[in-house]
Structure formats: C-alpha cells, structure tokens
Ligand binder design. Sequence first.
Ligand code: ZN
Length: 289
Amino acid sequence: MLVGKVGLDSSSRIAFQSHAHTDHFVSGEVIFATKATKYLSHLRKGGFYREIEFGKTFYLGDYRAKLYPAGHMLGSAGIKLWLESGTLFYTGDTKWFKLRTAEKSRFPRADFLIIEATFGVPSFTFPSPREVEKKLVAFVEEALDRGKKPVLYVNQMGKAQEVMKILDVHGYTVKPSREIRKVSRMYEKFGIRFNNIAPDGEVVIRSYRSPMVENALPPWELTVSGFGELKLSNHADFWELVRIVEMITPEKVFTVYGFAEEFARILRGLGYDALPIGRVTDLGLLGVL
Ligand SMILES: [Zn+2]
C-alpha cells in the first residue's frame, strides 16, 4: 500500500517492511524495519535498512509513526501513522495469541485500519497454540512408538523456529535442514535459544518434501500450517482477526491479502465500514489522506 510517498510493505523511495517473509520484501532508498527484520531479511537480500524500536516515535517520510509488535514472527511489526485526517494502523501479518518465538502483539486505537485477511473467513478457526502443542507432541510420540521417524514440514522462517522451540520445551531433539539452521542461528542472536539441535535429532524439520535418505526409519509426516494438517499458525485465525478489529475500534477498515473480499463483507455485516484493497493500493485515492 502507498500512503502519499511512503510504502507500507510496498516498494517506494521510503518504505516500511513489516517482517522478514519474502512476500513482504520491499526495496527503496531507505527501508524502515525492526532490527530483527533487518537481520533476517539480510539472510536473503540487500537493502539499506533503518532500525526502529517498538514503541519509539519516528518519522516515516512526513508522518509521525510508531511500531507495535505484530506477534507473527520474531521482529514482526504493525505501524501506526499520524495523518492529517486521523490515525492509521497497518497490522502487517499478525497474530493475537502469543507464540513462543515472537513478541506478544499489541494493538493501538486508530481511526483507519488496514488489516491482513489471510484467514478472514469463519471456516479458519484454529485451536489455541497450547492445544496445538499437545497435538504436535502426540504426533511425535505416536511416530516414535510405531518405530517411525517424525518429519515436520514447515515454513523455514518463523514456523520452523516455533516448532523447534515447542519440541525443545517438551524435551525432544530436532534435526533441522541447513536453511532452517541458518535462520535459527539468527534467532539465537536475538535471545531465542534452541538447546535441542542434534545431528541425529529425534524429529526431522524441513521446509519442503524431499526423499528421505539419511534415516534408517521410515518417515511419518506432517505439514504444520494454517492450511496444512496441524493448524499451528503464525497468522490470526478468523476470530483473532475480529478481536483485533474490536480492539482497534476503527471508523474505516481496509482488508488486504487472502480472504480480503470475504472478510470485508463480514465486517460490514458487523456494522463496520469495510472495504477490500490490493497490496499496491494508493490510500490517497481512497480518501484517507
Ligand atoms: Zn508473514
């Protein structure tokens, strides 16, 4: 999205990048982001980043701005902007419930809200993170009982580290792929420790399916994703999204990504003035500026 000359998860001369997933990468002369987002992004791309701390006032172009933890992965941030017409909050990818490897999300009040809608329909109702943890442990136990090798397929940045941390807490060793280990080392620089990485780890963690060659045991596989078999998601589910909107109490909502159309329609039914927008929408054209 564009707000005047600045980009929100959109490339522009001055840009804000909410987190380090590749589908949110931006380019610009200066990219404003948290320190963790900068370092994690630099594993994949270049770019001149300006590090911003959560809760500190700064200027994004001409706009007074502040970052809030989004809870989606380490360093993920939402941004509040003070515009002439009122305040605007952009969630980026976000999560209401606290994950073990991400900061607890916080949401300010704002007049205008741009909210992600990746899982913006009621059929996406996820169990709580603690319930999912129990299911994950049960899966691992069952695999080991049957003499099989538990293999988890996860997004290599964010989700992989969350799964590794959960298994660490529950006393299982892990064997992550090389790319996942690289990202995990960066997490460790930010204080998220993994004490369970071992060359012969009990649980194999991978980001994509490939033939197993290194294990004597047959694989017992599970995809960990809001769209997968085990619904451990680092996105808000439908009800978390509704809670976030209620918390922010905006006068106008713009929905973006995923089920943007459907979520806007549902919000209108709840009495909100809501409209879906595309990821490159210029908010100036929507009367926000
Ligand atoms: Zn993301």
